[in-house]
Design a protein around this ligand. Structure first.
Ligand code: HEM
Length: 388
């Protein structure tokens, strides 16, 4: 699916493309075909949580003693996704209420496959779910009908967007690691194009109705003291790009400390490695300011354009978030580029009001992320470049 098709209500653009794909999770039929209707019945007070639990107990019992034993990691991840979708259905009711057969099955899976996330992580919800959409044309969602299609596109849009920001990160790695072999201006310009595509993916989310977003967001929320919920905050490539661009600030270190276990498994060592390298000065902005990376006027202009494009993505994201979750932005919240750039520093992300699905203060985490880019931009802008 192309980014332009996101949130246009397309019924199932993959229908007919995949002939009767093999289903690997024993719970696929319930989670794909029944769960969204069951959750709609609970919301409409036609089914109680207790009745939902009894129904799900029967589904699991019906599979028999060995019904949930899968052999390979791929099947185990799909089954884990299904079990966590079943558990997620109870989140709007607060902690508790989940049938013990569901929680026991999740624990048993984690014992057999220790690399599985025990909670509905970004990797399972977005990457594994969208990978399965690519393979079989099936996407797990909590909601039905048109809202379900918006929800599908919400997950898919993240998955389609990430490679563009990853490509920008790869360009910066080349600048940092092999500065003599790359044309600096050209490399930054390439990254600007990637980030323009990333921004355009984000802009598609302006089409997502607020009501639809809030109907499925409640299934992603964590509970105080429980694991953090799945959130774009745990999309690794954005943070890798930031680390290759800027040194981590004190507040950003707090964000990374808290987020590391929630990033996709493959990315955790890479985020750790780049965090260390960036702290030690291996980041473009610091290397340029300290004169370790020599740039000419063209490269300076391209670097400023790159920082602007990254900030534009974050500003579009901020606008979409303010529209979708207005309560997280009390009157007077600075959400424009000018107002943010005039701030004196970052705000606390662990303050416990207006928490998002990731468990961070929504306004502060998003405004800080724009602020850091604009502060770095000012430092680059002030650099004098000697010609020749
Ligand atoms: C309706 C659409 C969206 C809404 C309402 C939304 C909301 C949020 C919220 C509330 C946060 C703060 C952390 C949290 O509470 O979870 C956040 C963080 C984040 N989101 Fe989104 N998001 C949306 C779409 C996207 C998309 C499509 C992407 C990427 C393509 C994305 C990437 C991020 C990133 C990277 C962060 C961490 C802050 C940063 O580094 O800029 N979000 N999002």
């Amino acid at each position: 699916m192309e980014k332009e098709q996101l949130f246009t209500g397309l019924e199932n653009p993959r229908r007919g493309e995949v002939a009767a794909p093999m289903q690997v999770s024993p719970l696929h039929a319930y989670v794909l075909d029944v769960l969204p209707a069951d959750l709609a019945a609970v919301s409409g007070e036609r089914l109680t949580y207790r009745e939902l639990a009894a129904k799900q107990e029967m589904v699991l019992t019906g599979l028999g003693a060995h019904g949930l034993l899968v052999d390979d990691v791929f099947a185990a991840r799909m089954l884990q996704l299904d079990l966590l979708f079943m558990r997620g259905g109870y989140l709007p009711a607060g902690p508790g209420g989940v049938p013990s057969s569901v929680t026991d099955a999740i624990s048993a899976q984690c014992s057999r496959f220790p690399t599985l996330d025990p909670h509905l992580s970004y990797e399972l919800l977005i990457d594994v779910n969208s990978g399965e959409w690519n393979r079989s044309g099936n996407m797990r969602v909590f909601t039905e009908g048109e809202t379900g299609r918006f929800e599908r596109d919400f997950y898919l849009g993240h998955y389609l967007a990430e490679p563009t920001v990853r490509a920008a990160f790869d360009s910066l790695i080349a600048v940092i690691r092999e500065p003599d072999t790359v044309d600096m201006a050209e490399t930054f310009e390439g990254a600007v194009k990637n980030l323009e595509s990333f921004r355009l993916h984000m802009a598609q989310y302006g089409k997502l109705p607020k009501e639809a977003f809030n109907s499925f967001r409640r299934y992603h929320m964590g509970h105080p003291g429980g694991p953090r919920g799945a959130s774009g905050a745990f999309m690794p490539s954005v943070q890798l790009l930031e680390l290759a661009l800027l040194p981590p600030t004190k507040e950003y270190e707090v964000y990374l400390d808290q987020s590391l276990p929630y990033f996709p498994l493959w990315s955790r060592p890479i985020v750790g490695e780049w965090r260390e390298a960036s702290r030690e000065g291996d980041n473009v902005v610091q290397a340029v300011i300290e004169g370790r990376l020599k740039i000419d006027r063209n490269a300076k202009a391209a670097l400023l354009a790159l920082i602007d494009k990254f900030a534009d993505f974050r500003l579009v994201h901020l606008g979409v978030t303010k529209k979708s979750i207005p309560d997280a932005f009390p009157p007077g919240s600075a959400v424009t580029r000018n107002r943010i750039s005039q701030q004196s520093g970052e705000a606390e992300i662990l303050s416990d009001d207006n928490l998002g699905t990731s468990g961070f203060n929504v306004r502060n985490v998003l405004i800080n992320s724009v602020y850091r880019l604009l502060a770095a931009r000012k430092r680059i802008e002030l650099l004098t470049i000697n010609s020749g």
